[in-house]
Design a protein around this ligand. Structure first.
Ligand code: PLP
Length: 462
């Protein structure tokens, strides 16, 4: 278990932060129409809006980048990466991609047929986007506990097994493209999935001839939480736990920009040769040759090393420990968080921070905006009604997002505990503004709901 101060690294390279004043931030937010996509990153002193691609790499990774072999065919870094992924997953066939959604594109295009349903514990936004693009219906099977942010029970990232059985019975397995298990479950407040749940979900899917896909962006953090919390796993190594996780899937894809500890990269791996052959064909069309997949040789090397570093116990204890510490700081300040903390972020329950702002007035974004103005700390509304309510293409009916959460992610190996303490104070300062904080409404929004995750223009309600 991580003890505060016992960080398993020291800082050798630094990036300056430019601090700005409250007045400046107020103006920046207004000029950006209350949308982060329009704010230059250097105007955000502490950026907790994502943990994706914002990792600090190690000296070994930077040294490895100097050994990039930029050959088109068979560069030596590819063989290092292939081995790291095989050792991590236990899968034989590996395909590199430039990031996670490129891997999803290939997986979804291979497995989905028009009119299908794709079942999940909760799809990440880009998987949902690919499913819709291909004419399928993505369905999230949350557990009852997962929909209660205040309830502190373990493994709220689980899929609801009864709902899974019911869905298979009602839809019929031939019309289900695959079962998508996301570990950790980003759209359920970054909650981990238990091994028992994954095992059972996989058994049911396979019994019905349905393939199981593991969205693996944060599998090492999920594995660490299994080791700490799930009976029977205390004495297993992180790698053993990862192997068991992947043994329940037919294939994994991964945004390596998270637990791969790199700034760019993605992966697909499987033991299914037939699937591999089909996906290889698409990879050649979309990403480039199969030994680089849209990445430079130096990126492959950084990832080959990063995967192994991301599986080290001391690193994971620090990583998940820092997230827990952030949660503790917020609890101490009376800020309502989604309980319990997962492994990559703290999700604040915005509707309990500002109970006077209804979801239609984008309460989560109101908290994002206010935290930035008060402190220069940026979170992201994720998921909330602003970017994640969805219209049924057939009926035109709107399904509201079940959450109004603001995600404050911790980039890996980037911020010190004292910056995390500062962030907790910033969120508290925003909460203390209470009823003086008003809701928001659209001035403009794009036609596509997917683009609407990132782009919109808002104004304050009077
Ligand atoms: C669970 C999960 N899957 C897939 C992705 C997509 O990965 P990328 O951003 O590398 O395209 C993300 C990105 O945040 C994610 O969190």
């Amino acid at each position: 278990m991580y003890e505060k101060g016992k960080t398993p690294f020291k800082i050798k390279v630094v990036e300056p932060i430019k601090w700005n004043t409250r007045e400046e931030r107020q103006k920046i937010m207004e000029e950006a129409h209350f949308c982060q996509a329009y704010i230059p990153a250097e105007k955000i002193p502490i950026n907790l809006s994502t943990d994706s691609g914002v990792t600090a790499m190690s000296q070994e990774q930077w040294a490895g980048m100097m050994l990039g072999d930029e050959s088109y065919f068979g560069c030596k870094n590819w063989f290092n990466l292939e081995k790291s992924v095989q050792d991590f997953t236990g899968y034989k066939y590996v395909l590199p991609t430039h990031q996670g959604r490129a891997a999803e594109n290939i997986v979804c295009t291979t497995l989905i047929k028009k009119g299908d349903t794709v079942l999940a514990n909760a799809h990440y936004g880009s998987t949902e986007g690919h499913a819709r693009r291909l004419g399928a219906n993505p369905v999230n099977l949350y557990t009852v506990e997962a929909l209660r942010p205040e309830l502190s029970v373990d493994f709220k990232g689980n899929i609801d097994i009864d709902k899974l059985k019911k869905a298979i019975k009602e839809i019929g397995s031939k019309d289900i493209s695959f079962l998508n298990m996301v570990l950790e479950n980003n759209f359920t407040a970054g909650q981990p999935v238990s091994m028992a749940n994954l095992r059972e979900a996989s058994r049911i899917a396979h019994e019905n001839g349905i393939k199981v896909v593991i969205d693996s962006a944060r599998v090492p953090e999920n594995a660490y939480i299994i080791k700490e919390k799930e009976p029977g796993y205390k004495d297993k190594s992180i790698r053993e736990i990862c192997h068991e996780i992947f043994s329940y899937g037919d294939l994994m894809h991964m945004s390596a920009k998270k637990s791969g500890l790199v700034n760019i990269g993605g992966l697909i791996a499987t033991n299914d040769k037939d699937l591999y052959d089909k996906m290889q064909d698409l990879l050649l069309m979309f990403e480039g040759f199969v030994t680089y997949g849209g990445l430079a040789g130096r990126d492959l090397e950084a990832l080959a090393i990063g995967i192994n570093e991301g599986l080290e116990y001391d690193y994971l204890a620090y990583r998940v420990g820092q997230v827990e510490y952030f949660g503790e700081l917020l609890r101490d300040r009376g800020v309502p968080i989604y309980e319990p903390p997962g492994g990559h972020a703290i999700y604040v329950d915005a509707s309990r921070v500002y109970p006077h702002i209804p979801r239609e007035e984008f309460v989560a974004q109101a908290l994002v905006v206010q935290t930035y103005i008060e402190s220069g700390v940026m979170g992201g509304e994720s998921p909330s009604s602003l970017g994640f309510s969805r219209t049924d293409p057939k009926t035109g009916k709107l399904t509201p997002c079940p959450f109004e959460l603001v995600r404050f992610c911790i980039p890996r190996r980037v911020y010190t505990d004292s910056q995390i303490e500062y962030a907790a104070d910033g969120i508290k300062a925003a909460m203390d503004k209470g009823k003086s904080v008003k809701g928001l409404r659209f001035k403009w929004r794009p036609k596509s709901e997917f683009s609407g995750i990132f782009f919109y223009q808002l104004e304050r309600l009077p």
